[in-house]
Design a protein around this ligand. Structure first.
Ligand SMILES: Nc1ncnc2c1ncn2[C@@H]1O[C@H](COP(=O)(O)OP(=O)(O)O)[C@@H](O)[C@H]1O
Ligand SMILES: [Mg+2]
Length: 276
C-alpha cells in the first residue's frame, strides 16, 4: 500500500490528468439551525473526474450535493462551477436522486424531456434529443411507459437520462443505486461507467457503498465527525476504463480495505456517540 495514495485532512490537489477544475469548494460550512452539519469542506473536481464521497448516514452527503446544486444556501465558504459562483441553481449542473425523483404522471419520454422544456428547448430539439438519451441508458422501446410500470433499475435509468439530456458539465449523484437490488446495482454501475467514458463530465458521486466508491471514483473523500469534515482523501489509482475485471485486481482490494478501515472506525464512533 503506497502512502502517497492517502492525504490526511482537507487538502485535495488534483491529479495532473484532472488539472482543470470544474468544481471548486472552499471552506464550505452548512448548518440547519443549531445543527452544524459540516465545516471547512475543501475540494476540487476536475472536468473529467469522478469524485466519490462516502460517510456514515446523516453526515451531510445529501446536504453537500444540494449546496453544490444551489438548491440549498450554504453558511460559510464558496462554491464555484467554472467561473460561476453558486448561490442558486445554474444551467450545466444536473442531479440524479436516490429515489429517482420522476414525475409519476409523466411517461419516460416526458420525464426525460422535462428539463429540456424548462430550459426552453424547441419542440424539434426535444423530438431529436430525447430518444438518443433514452437509448443511451438502454430504455429504447419504453418511451411511453410510466414509472409505476417499471422496475427500480429502469426508473433510475430514466432519472439518469433526464440528467444527461441537459448535457451537463457537472453531474451530482446522490446514492443513485441505493434503492435497487444488488444485481441491478452492479449492472447500473458499469452502465454509468460506459456512459461516462463516452461523455466524461465532472461528477460527484455520493454513496455509502465502499466498493462502489472505489470502483467509480478517481478519488474518494471520507467525511467524518460532528460536524463533518473531510477526514481523508484517497486517490484511486486503478486504470480506466474500469470493468468487472477491476473488481478482481489486488489493488482494488487494497484500496477498498483502506477506505473500509477509515469508514468503519468512524461508523463505530458514530453509533456509540451520545446525543447531547
Ligand atoms: N431540512 C433539514 N432540516 C433540518 N435538519 C436536516 C435537514 N435535512 C437534513 N437534516 C439533518 O442534517 C444531517 C445531514 O443530513 P443529510 O445531508 O441528509 O445526510 P446524509 O445524506 O449523509 O445521510 C442529518 O442529521 C439530518 O437529520
Ligand atoms: Mg443522503
Amino acid at each position: 500500500m503506497t502512502h502517497q495514495a492517502v492525504t490526511r485532512g482537507g487538502q485535495t490537489s488534483l491529479a495532473p490528468q484532472h488539472a482543470t477544475p470544474r468544481i471548486r469548494v472552499k471552506g464550505l460550512g452548512k448548518r440547519y439551525g443549531a445543527l452544524e452539519v459540516f465545516r471547512n469542506i475543501d475540494f476540487e473536481v476536475g472536468e473529467r473526474e469522478i469524485l466519490a464521497v462516502v460517510g456514515p448516514s446523516g453526515c451531510g452527503k445529501t446536504t453537500l450535493l444540494r449546496c453544490v446544486d444551489g438548491l440549498l444556501p450554504h453558511d460559510a465558504g464558496e462554491i464555484w462551477v467554472g467561473s460561476e459562483r453558486i448561490s442558486e441553481p445554474i444551467a450545466g449542473v444536473a442531479m440524479v436522486f436516490q429515489h429517482f425523483g420522476l414525475f409519476p404522471w409523466k411517461t419516460v419520454f416526458e420525464n426525460v424531456a422535462y428539463g429540456l422544456r424548462m430550459a426552453g428547448a424547441s419542440r424539434s430539439e426535444i423530438e431529436r434529443k430525447v430518444p438518443d438519451f433514452i437509448k443511451m441508458v438502454g430504455l429504447a422501446g419504453f418511451e411511453q411507459a410510466y414509472p409505476y410500470q417499471m422496475s427500480g433499475g429502469m426508473q433510475q435509468r430514466c432519472g439518469l437520462a433526464r440528467a444527461l439530456a441537459l448535457e451537463p458539465s457537472v453531474l451530482l449523484m446522490d446514492e443513485p443505486f441505493a434503492a435497487v437490488d444488488a444485481q441491478t446495482r452492479e449492472i447500473l454501475q458499469f452502465e454509468l461507467l460506459r456512459i461516462w467514458e463516452q461523455r466524461p463530465t465532472a461528477m460527484i458521486f455520493v454513496t455509502h457503498s465502499i466498493e462502489e466508491a472505489v470502483l467509480l471514483g478517481h478519488r474518494v473523500i471520507v467525511l467524518k465527525g460532528r460536524p463533518s469534515t473531510i477526514h481523508e482523501t484517497i486517490t484511486i489509482d486503478l486504470p480506466h476504463p474500469r470493468t468487472r475485471a477491476t473488481l478482481r485486481e489486488p489493488r482494488f482490494a487494497e484500496l477498498r480495505e483502506r477506505v473500509w478501515s477509515t469508514l468503519m472506525h468512524e461508523a463505530r464512533e458514530a453509533e456509540f456517540q451520545l446525543e447531547r
